[in-house]
Design a protein. Structure first.
Length: 481
């Protein structure tokens, strides 16, 4: 099987999973936000962001390290998985204890602390997830099955058990429990595919693994500063209602970024395999950049232009104050796509230190701007801080990437920007023409009509500008694995 066939097979599997998880995730988020209300939904969002930081200390870059190593030598998949799983389980117990002590020390009502403590169940689930094995061996169908099971199971339980503002603890327990149960099911699948899985304790090996993985962990931690710091700081500096508004906007941004993650995860093993050969590195990077920018341009343009109708459709009128913040976050998503294109390949090309430094500097800037802008501008200040810091980090990463392969894909970027601009202009024209209709109908009508128009215009511009060229895709398909 050629490299291109593997990539597109992986994209197809991940896209099917993400379509299911996005649909169920949207429904779950919409139901939870409406039933809990902005205040309780804000508590849940605050806890989710805190938990994201705790989970980083459980993973410690081990997944990225394992993907890189297994992609190069699949014979070590079983042994390395045993070391990684055992090490992460130990870390989960230690981090869980520290997290509980931190939560209990917070100056928050006991009801809020209870939600935060229940969410700690996710740490065990995250420690046991074996996605890295199947991503490294390019068996994305297994990951797809797990993700679909987690998302649909969570959705059904939320419908059954979450009924009002007092059910925030239940909602938190459902998320953590679903992740843990699905991780255990995946361990059973691993035993069938790779053999027995047993605890493996070897302090010398652990030290070697952590030494190699730590720079990756620091880079990922810095990335988390962009994706979660704003919600965490809002939780300390703003009322929970505002945190709820902003959490709704962040949910939409996360879904927008999810499309890029599908492409990135599908390409990453092949990008890792091309390391050391400049020709294949450039060829696969051009294909990667083309696909990322083609899908990213449409997603970001749609989120920006249709922000009010998206919020109204998913979360209701109570979340309308998040419109401007969402548009700012969609601009940040545009930079995130650039960062995924230029930055993530560095992690599998042994240039993780430069990536780490760039992301840490951007993260420090993000923290400073959040402290400065949140008290002055509220949720819009948090969104502006994210965009500004993300842009600064990506500029530095672009310099490192150019040193590695000698290209920055300016032509592809220009085509994607042109297509996105045309789609946004079409949405603005539709708003003016059909304003009476949109004022008299539910938000979903605006969202659906706007989406159809934007997709049509974007697709037409993609063909006219040559953003997606069949010849380039055929070259990728024929690339040697």
């Amino acid at each position: 099987m050629t490299a291109g066939h593997r990539i597109f097979r992986n994209i197809r599997a991940l896209a099917a999973a993400k379509a299911a998880t996005m649909a169920s995730g949207l429904v779950t988020a919409a139901w939870t936000a409406r039933v809990l209300g902005p205040d309780s939904f804000g508590v849940l969002g605050f806890g989710t962001s805190l938990m994201a930081y705790a989970a980083l200390f459980v993973n410690m870059g081990l997944s990225t390290y394992a993907i890189r190593e297994i992609a190069r030598d699949r014979h070590q998949a079983a042994e390395l998985s045993e070391h990684v799983l055992t090490l992460r389980t130990v870390l989960a117990l230690v981090v869980g204890a520290l997290y509980a002590a931190f939560v209990l020390s917070l100056d928050k009502p006991m009801a809020v602390k209870a939600v935060l403590l229940v969410q700690a169940v996710q740490l065990l689930g995250n420690a046991l997830v074996l996605d890295f094995v199947y991503q490294a061996t390019e068996r994305m169908g297994v990951i797809a099955t797990r993700e679909i099971g987690t998302s649909i199971g969570s959705m059904l339980l939320v419908f059954l058990l979450v009924r009002g503002p007092d059910d925030a603890i239940t909602a938190a327990a459902i998320t953590g429990g679903s992740i843990t149960v699905n991780a255990l099911v995946m361990i059973g699948r691993f035993r069938r595919d790779f053999g027995s899985l047993r605890p493996r304790v070897d302090l010398k090996v652990w030290r070697e693994i952590l030494t190699a993985a730590t720079p990756m962990a620091v880079g990922v931690f810095a990335w988390a500063i962009f994706t979660h710091l704003d919600v965490v700081m809002l939780g300390f500096l703003a009322p929970h209602t505002e945190v709820g508004w902003y959490s709704a906007a962040v949910k939409i941004q996360t879904l927008a970024n999810l499309v890029g993650n599908i492409v990135m995860n599908a390409f990453l093993p092949q990008l890792a395999a091309a390391y050391g050969e400049l020709g294949p590195m450039r060829e696969r990077m051009r294909a990667y950049a083309t696909v990322m920018l083609a899908v990213g341009g449409l997603v970001v343009a749609g989120g920006f232009a249709l922000a009010p109708s998206i919020l109204g459709t998913l979360f209701g009128d109570a979340y309308a104050p998040a419109t401007l913040a969402l548009r700012l976050l969609m601009l940040a998503s545009a930079v995130v796509y650039a960062n995924m294109i230029l930055g993530n390949p560095l992690l599998v090309w042994h240039r993780q230190t430069g990536y780490m430094v760039a992301m840490l500097c951007g993260g420090a800037l993000n923290a400073i701007l959040n402290i400065w802008w949140i008290p002055r501008y509220g949720i819009e200040g948090a969104a502006m801080a994210t965009f500004t810091a993300e842009l600064a980090a990506t500029v530095a990463i672009a310099w490192i990437h150019r040193q590695a392969v000698g290209e920055l894909y300016a032509g592809i970027t220009a085509r994607a920007l042109l297509c996105a601009g045309a789609a946004i202009a079409a949405a603005v024209a539709l708003d003016r023409i059909a304003a009476p209709l949109f004022d008299a109908t539910p938000a979903i009508v605006h969202f659906l009509l706007g989406s159809v128009v934007m997709v049509a215009v974007y697709a037409g511009c993609s063909v006219l500008t040559g953003l997606v060229r069949p010849k380039r895709l055929r070259r990728l398909t024929s690339a040697t694995a």
